[in-house]
Design a protein around this ligand. Structure first.
Ligand code: HEC
Ligand code: HEC
Ligand code: HEC
Ligand code: HEC
Ligand code: HEC
Ligand code: HEC
Length: 428
């Protein structure tokens, strides 16, 4: 605290140099965007005036004190408020003494500079952050992009070919008739179209065969795809691959992967109870109050479903509409006679989510990857060692087991040794 002044001016010099580089390369601003999304978007809109829990940050560089104030505030706003700083106390009171998170220890000086560069820079490409209550949903409405379904192309092609065949057929027929008339023969008796088709097919058996096969294949393939889409697809051998379509296109890849949101942030009972739990819509609203769309096509409609479920009205930024609970479809299903406990496996057994669920960070749609059969549970219990050392849960048991297997140094305390194969442990 003693050499406060010199410390600060050095810091601001570094800050200025850093900001300069940040702007020249535009790189840091991207990191900044990410840091902002993860830490600040819950409470702030970055490039508009929209108030969430905290004020919208558009124009903050003009209204906040100059120098290192912003940097210091973001790292530890409590300290700045306590120091008696007038502006800090003014905004604190104006915002109903709502507390901003203290980021000291969580964010480095570099992170803060990157965030500041992001806030000062141009709004992110593809409006990430809600653009106020001034009716984005009216003008930002449906922007259907091209991309025609190949099935329609195929059907279109068939129609065009049929028209051409029809045209050629009548041309040929009238030519034939003219020819016949010239030769003094009788006009061709008009064959019906189907008679003619039959005659043609008779002459081109092999070609017809190939066509039939292609059409069957295309038909089967699209049925197969449709099955995939509605989640009927299921690998009967391993019983895996089930991924039902959910009421909102929620992507673990975007949330847990790209934005590195911790699994426990949403599945917040996974370390406390037998159930991991599915987050309520309020958890979504923590962030989506401020994120109404992304750069991806159709995202606005998906996020609007969150608002609909939460009874949130984006025009008034208030919860003044009726709520409509979301009905997520369960992906993993054990029969009722089986007991499975997450806390036991994640906290006590120290098992990773990915061991049983696969890498959710890469999944756009959550999918069952483990077979969930009795054999699967038992095989893992047979080969996995219990993490006993330094685990208070096992202190007593460990002593007893050491006693029991005294002298046999190579004994491994796998789960089956502590009763992991007893019927009653897994069955009610
Ligand atoms: C839990 C909510 C919350 C989070 C998270 C949060 N803030 Fe704040 N922020 C506030 C509130 C509330 C205020 C208004 C002052 C007060 O009441 O403390 C504020 C004020 C500010 C101000 C001053 C605004 C002005 O108008 O002068 C800045 C700048 C700021 N925050 C930046 C950030 C940044 C950057 C992050 C992320 C690293 C962040 N905040 C994260 C709640 C939050
Ligand atoms: C932002 C919130 C959020 C985060 C972060 C998150 N999830 Fe989820 N998770 C959900 C929601 C919502 C569902 C239900 C919809 C679905 O199945 O996609 C879900 C479903 C699941 C399911 C399927 C549950 C079932 O129905 O059987 C598993 C498994 C899962 N999450 C694991 C994880 C893991 C592992 C992580 C961390 C790598 C993670 N989740 C991070 C919100 C989240
Ligand atoms: C901790 C913050 C956070 C939480 C909680 C959260 N999201 Fe998100 N969500 C994000 C971020 C960040 C993005 C990506 C924004 C971007 O790319 O511009 C996003 C994007 C989305 C998108 C758009 C995906 C796309 O195609 O671009 C949907 C839909 C969505 N979230 C649904 C949900 C649902 C449903 C929940 C609750 C179960 C939820 N989110 C909870 C932060 C969050
Ligand atoms: C040892 C294997 C295993 C591990 C490790 C594991 N799970 Fe599960 N998980 C399961 C099984 C089995 C089910 C099905 C439970 C049921 O149907 O009762 C399940 C179900 C779920 C569900 C659906 C909701 C529920 O509570 O039933 C979610 C969400 C989930 N797991 C998330 C996680 C997360 C997040 C982690 C890591 C922190 C994790 N799981 C670790 C095996 C595991
Ligand atoms: C990835 C490995 C793994 C899989 C798969 C697994 N388990 Fe476990 N299980 C463990 C470990 C490790 C422990 C030891 C936890 C501890 O230290 O108590 C354990 C412990 C248990 C216990 C407590 C045993 C006791 O004596 O206290 C039960 C019950 C259990 N598992 C049920 C199941 C069921 C039901 C399934 C299948 C749906 C399953 N487990 C799948 C690793 C696994
Ligand atoms: C580690 C956990 C675990 C242990 C120990 C265990 N089971 Fe199971 N058992 C399961 C699971 C999980 C299923 C559900 C499998 C499925 O749905 O495919 C199951 C299913 C069954 C079924 C129904 C079979 C079926 O096809 O639906 C019977 C019967 C059964 N177990 C008997 C036993 C007996 C007897 C024992 C003791 C020798 C035992 N189990 C020990 C996990 C266990």
């Amino acid at each position: 605290m003693h050499n406060h002044m010199s410390h600060f001016s050095l810091k601001s010099l570094f800050g200025a140099v850093f900001l300069f580089f940040a702007f020249s390369f535009g790189l840091k601003a991207q990191d900044g965007a990410k840091i902002f999304k993860q830490n600040c978007a819950v409470c702030h809109s970055s490039h508009t005036d929209q108030k969430l829990t905290g004020p919208g940050l558009a124009g903050v560089f003009d209204r906040a004190p100059k120098g290192t104030w912003l940097h210091d505030w973001i790292l530890n706003n409590e300290k700045v408020i306590k120091s008696g700083n007038a502006y800090a106390n003014k905004i604190y009171n104006e915002n109903g003494k709502a507390a901003m998170t203290v980021f000291e220890g969580q964010l480095t000086d570099k992170d803060v500079d990157a965030v500041l560069a992001f806030i000062q820079g141009p709004p992110p490409a593809g409006p990430t952050v809600a653009s106020g209550s001034t009716g984005t949903s009216d003008n930002g409405a449906v922007e259907e992009k091209g991309g025609i379904d190949p099935l329609y192309l195929l059907l279109g092609g068939i129609v065009i070919i049929a028209i051409i065949i029809g045209a050629l057929r009548s041309v040929r027929q009238s030519l034939q008739n003219t020819y016949n008339r010239k030769e003094g023969k009788a006009e061709n008796p008009d064959m019906t179209f189907s008679q003619e088709v039959k005659q043609w097919m008779g002459g081109h058996r092999r070609l017809v065969g190939v066509f039939v096969i292609i059409i069957c294949f295309v038909g089967m393939k699209s049925c197969w795809n449709a099955c995939f889409d509605i989640g009927v697809y299921y690998d009967w051998e391993t019983k895996t691959g089930y991924k039902p379509e959910q009421p909102i296109k929620f992507s673990h890849k975007i949330h847990a992967g790209e934005n590195e949101i911790a699994c426990q942030y949403c599945h917040n009972t996974v370390e406390k109870s037998r159930h991991a739990g599915i987050p309520s819509v309020n958890v979504c609203m923590n962030c989506h109050k401020g994120i109404s769309k992304t750069a991806n096509e159709g995202s606005e409609a998906q996020i609007a479903k969150i608002y609909y479920a939460a009874g949130f009205n984006p025009k008034t930024a208030m919860y003044d509409m009726p709520q409509n609970p979301l009905k997520w479809i369960k992906v993993h299903n054990l029969p009722d006679h089986v007991y499975f406990n997450h806390k036991q496996h994640v906290v006590v057994g120290k098992q990773e989510c990915a061991t049983c669920h696969g890498d959710l960070k890469k999944m756009t749609v959550a999918e069952q990857q483990a077979p969930l059969t009795m054999k699967w549970c038992i095989e893992c219990h047979r080969k996995t060692e219990v993490a006993m050392e330094g685990n208070p849960y096992y202190d007593r048991l460990h002593k007893a087991l050491k006693e029991k297997y005294k002298g046999q140094y190579d004994v491994k305390f796998t789960v089956d040794k502590i009763g992991g194969l007893e019927c009653a442990k897994c069955h009610y």
